[in-house]
Design a protein around this ligand. Structure first.
Ligand SMILES: NC(=O)c1ccc[n+]([C@@H]2O[C@H](COP(=O)([O-])OP(=O)(O)OC[C@H]3O[C@@H](n4cnc5c(N)ncnc54)[C@H](O)[C@@H]3O)[C@@H](O)[C@H]2O)c1
Length: 232
């Protein structure tokens, strides 16, 4: 039996590098999936290829209206929601003195507001299911300074802080919901390739999308498996 057998999971940014790896792994472990992305290029085909019950929805994570629709669709289609993976994200390069305020706001709208909205709208649904898990994809940039991407680092640090607030709130409520953040580094995806080719300041070391997906799965499954992904 799969480690997510029968669970219903929303994965945002599911057409990107880490989101796809998450979807493939979650499907292999028996989850039923609501895959979302702001791009809908090949989304239906990807969902149909996974060999599990899965649907694709067009979804801008910065839109509260979209979140209402996505969570409602998950419950209507599958009767419950157990897991949310807040994976969608973007990076716009710029040091604090060079980045435009428009870019700062766009990065934070997607990376931080999007995670806030996801937690806000999914939490009641996961509570209705009797408990589950929220996995927020933060970044190593939450912990280290990234002078070439000030808005990105700030947004990911915000995700870490928000995750802790949600986790403590759920603990206090004893609602059976866990909330954890995952902090990848250097997974060779379209985002990192963009950074590497845009300014040459970030070298993707190797393709570790599968490892990032393993971490998301373990956080979705439960804290007892924490740290079970071996370092390479
Ligand atoms: N690749 C890495 O090394 C790395 C390191 C640290 C953190 N991360 C984080 O992992 C997550 C996935 O990144 P990735 O490397 O797979 O990048 P990616 O660019 O391959 O995928 C990101 C996906 O998010 C989607 N997206 C962007 N804006 C959106 C919006 N407004 N609404 C919905 N979807 C939107 C994109 O269409 C894309 O499919 C991101 O949150 C990223 O910050 C990645």
């Amino acid at each position: 039996m799969g480690r997510l057998q029968g669970k219903v999971a929303i994965i945002t940014g599911a057409l990107g590098g880490i989101g796809r790896a998450d979807a493939v792994l979650f499907a292999r472990e028996g989850a039923r999936l609501v895959l979302t992305d702001v791009s809908d290029r090949g989304g239906q085909e990807f969902a149909a290829s996974l060999g599990t019950e899965a649907l694709f929805l067009s979804h801008d994570v910065a839109s509260e209206e979209d979140w209402t629709r996505v969570v409602a669709t998950a419950e209507e289609r599958f009767g419950r929601l157990d897991v949310l993976v807040n994976n969608a994200g973007l990076i716009l390069l710029g040091s604090v003195d060079k980045a435009s305020y428009t870019d700062w706001r766009r990065v934070n709208a997607v990376n931080l507001d999007g995670v806030f909205l996801g937690c806000k709208h999914a939490l009641p649904a996961i509570e209705r299911a009797g408990g589950g898990s929220i996995v927020n994809i933060s970044s190593i940039a939450a912990m280290l300074g990234q002078p070439f991407a000030a808005a990105y680092g700030a947004s990911k640090a915000g995700v870490s802080g928000l995750t802790k607030s949600v986790a403590v709130q759920c603990r206090q409520k004893k609602n059976g919901v866990r909330c954890n953040s995952v902090h990848p580094d250097g997974v060779k995806t379209p985002m990192v390739v963009k950074v590497a080719t845009g300014q040459g300041r970030c070298e993707p070391r190797r393709d570790r999308g599968d490892r990032a997906a393993q971490h998301a799965l373990l956080r979705a499954r439960g804290h007892r498996e924490r740290g079970a992904v071996p370092c390479q």
